[in-house]
Design a protein around this ligand. Structure first.
Ligand code: DON
Length: 618
């Protein structure tokens, strides 16, 4: 396999940077390198669970000394993929391999994260995007500091508090979710390019080349892609531009293995590659967006696009039994509530209760309810409302909150605080994690909100629009479709960012990055990332086991304890006896893509809850 890889016409330019000029070259490269990487990444050990020999992977100047510490515990039922130098864990194979290839060529984790982000816009259209937004958390090894790039969408200038209400004051869900008005001003292109310019080492052209090649030359439709398009086909077909994008000229669906080309998206990516953010927020791409908006009742105007700004923010940080947790600040609620819940749980002796025992799940649930109650009242865009972050993540506050928890009985949600909860959120977004050989780590979550966003494509761009405006409190003071009432802190205002749950997170141990994780799932993102971190920190699970264990979710309102399949019926009965309104709906909770860094090795796990996830490492 190595020999064959060496026979490839080199895709590297004179600077050692990846140049993929056509599909054949890309696929050949990936097909040859993929198995090689995996064979390097996960060497067999003989019975005893010890570290792979250092000789199994190529040496670099940054290679840590070989360790004799056990790195894989054969008592665990789920084993991560292992690599030495660099890793990308994401929801889709081709895009993860693009990122890993950038790492192999000497790019850093930010270069790889940006290349992966653009590639996912091509290969994973349900959530990878140019027309959405997100948050990128970066650990910079050289400076030993962390920073958060907020590229969340913003409300257009013409947006207003009651824009989704009809004459009777009722929420119009079609307008809120599936119209041009549902779209916030996209932040992804600005965010990825800001990250690259500020913390990357490669050029725009270098990191965009693989995405352009994938869009232009096409790639084989995978089982997962076919499944996802078919699951949303009915609504995608309601939009002519989306129909042209996702279906064959005769209107039929692509089959698994068919080559899917996206020439319009290749053109858009080329504009970005040639002109940077101006190639998207001004010029012809911007004109195509604003023409569509003006023609079909959308609100985004040229000034909105030109005015879009990325915000670099300080992450939120806290501690849990000696670990440091660094996560996403407002306008995401994620980091604040993960820290709040951990602070409350730190006061209990959890290990003796047993992982996923009724006692453990009870304390977890009650802590979640308290945090989500606060979410509905306090959280919003910090550039518009004052969010009391320090107070919410204060250990003393957690101690007072703990006193409100009955260790034997579930407290009904209505007794925790009279209702101002937020509405349900959709469950389609994507997260990927990246680690490089220099010690940099990136944890990135971005989204169109729903799977395929508003299901509306902008003609001539190959790009779907988000429906992120639905993340605002779209009917403040009134019950929404789910019987819930939403808070004013998150009301729609021109230029404001809607409240998010996205929680790219990095956990540190002894001052070093130890776990990079994150998840899609709307409001379940917070509880998913929380349980991922707790499984690793509190219960010493490896990253694959921590991801695989069944999860719960409670968001205060509705007063329902959602449980995935996989819990013992005895546990469920004990929780019900404590007063928990359990719902085993069959829905899974979140989808993590995580890297654990230990003993100089990288351990990756892509959640088994969805098809197509991929760990690419070397
Ligand atoms: O920002 C948020 O929290 C939501 N728009 C995310 C939506 C989501 O995660 C759907 N994902 N699977």
């Amino acid at each position: 396999m190595r020999g064959k890889a060496n026979q490839l016409k080199s895709p590297l330019d004179k600077n050692g940077i990846l140049r993929v000029n056509n599909l054949r070259q890309l696929l050949l490269l990936l097909s040859l390198l993929g198995p090689l990487l995996l064979s390097c990444a996960a060497p067999e050990t003989q019975g005893s669970a010890t570290a792979p020999a250092a000789a199994a992977v190529p040496a670099t100047s940054n290679t840590p000394a070989p360790t004799t510490e056990p790195i894989i515990d054969y008592r665990e039922r789920f084993i991560p993929v292992v690599a030495r130098h660099g890793m990308v864990v994401g929801p889709e194979e081709l895009a993860a391999e693009v990122g890993a290839q950038i790492l192999r060529q000497g790019g850093n984790a930010v270069d790889a994260a940006v290349a992966t982000g653009f590639a996912l816009a091509v290969t994973y259209p349900r959530a990878g995007n140019l027309g959405g937004g997100g948050f990128m958390l970066i650990h910079l090894a050289g400076d030993n500091r962390q920073t958060l790039i907020d590229y969340r969408e913003t409300a257009p200038a013409a947006a207003s508090r009651d824009m989704f209400l009809d004459a009777q004051g009722n929420l119009d869900h079609n307008l809120e979710y599936f119209s041009l008005q549902a779209a916030g001003v996209p932040g992804t292109v600005a965010g990825l390019l800001y990250a690259l310019d500020t913390y990357g080492t490669l050029t725009r052209e270098q990191v965009l080349a693989p995405a352009i090649a994938l869009a232009k030359e096409g790639f084989p439709v995978s089982f997962a892609l076919s499944f996802e398009i078919n699951a949303s086909a009915e609504r995608l077909r309601q939009n002519p531009a989306a129909t042209r994008l996702f279906f064959k000229p005769d209107g039929s669906a692509f089959e698994i293995g068919d080559t899917w080309r996206q020439p319009d998206l290749a053109w858009t990516l080329r504009q970005i590659s040639d002109k940077g953010a101006d190639g998207f927020y001004q010029g012809e791409v911007a004109e195509r967006i604003t023409t569509e908006m003006a023609t079909n009742g959308g609100l985004i105007k040229a000034q909105d696009l030109a005015a879009y700004r990325v915000v670099e923010r300080a992450p939120v940080r806290g501690t849990y039994r000696g670990f440091e947790i660094v996560s996403t600040p407002p306008p995401s609620s994620g980091g604040v509530h993960i820290l709040q819940i951990l602070n409350v749980l730190e006061g209990y002796d959890l290990q003796p209760m047993g992982h996923n025992s009724a006692a453990y799940l009870h304390h977890l649930t009650e802590s979640m309810k308290l945090a989500y109650a606060d979410r509905s009242l306090y959280l919003g865009d910090p550039d518009f409302v004052e969010v009391p972050v320090d107070r919410l993540i204060d250990k003393g506050y957690a101690q007072r909150q703990r006193a409100r928890i009955d260790s034997e009985r579930a407290t009904p949600a209505a007794e925790i605080a009279p209702g101002r909860p937020l509405g349900d959120e959709s469950t389609e977004t994507t997260h990927y994690s990246v680690a490089d050989r220099f010690g940099n780590v990136v944890s990135n979550t971005y989204t169109l909100n729903f799977s395929f966003g508003s299901h509306i494509a902008v003609p001539g761009t190959g790009m779907l629009l988000n429906n992120e405006m639905a993340d605002f409190a779209t009917s403040p003071g009134n019950a929404n479709a789910f019987g819930l009432v939403q808070g004013e802190a998150n009301k729609i205002e021109a230029g404001k960012r809607p409240l998010s749950s996205m929680s790219p997170t990095i956990v540190f141990r002894d001052g070093k990055p130890w776990l990079a994780t994150g998840s899609p799932g709307g409001s379940v993102i917070i509880t998913t990332v929380l349980q991922m971190a707790l499984n690793a920190m509190e219960f010493n699970m490896n990253v694959a086991t921590a991801a695989a264990e069944p999860r719960i979710h409670h968001q205060w309102m509705p007063d329902t304890l959602q449980m995935e399949s996989g819990f013992s019926p005895d546990t469920v009965r004990l929780l019900q006896a404590m007063g928990h309104p359990v719902n085993i709906s069959g829905r899974t909770t979140g989808r993590t893509n995580s890297i654990m860094l230990r003993d100089g090795w990288l351990f990756g796990a892509s959640d088994s809850r969805r098809p197509g996830g991929w760990v690419a490492g070397y």
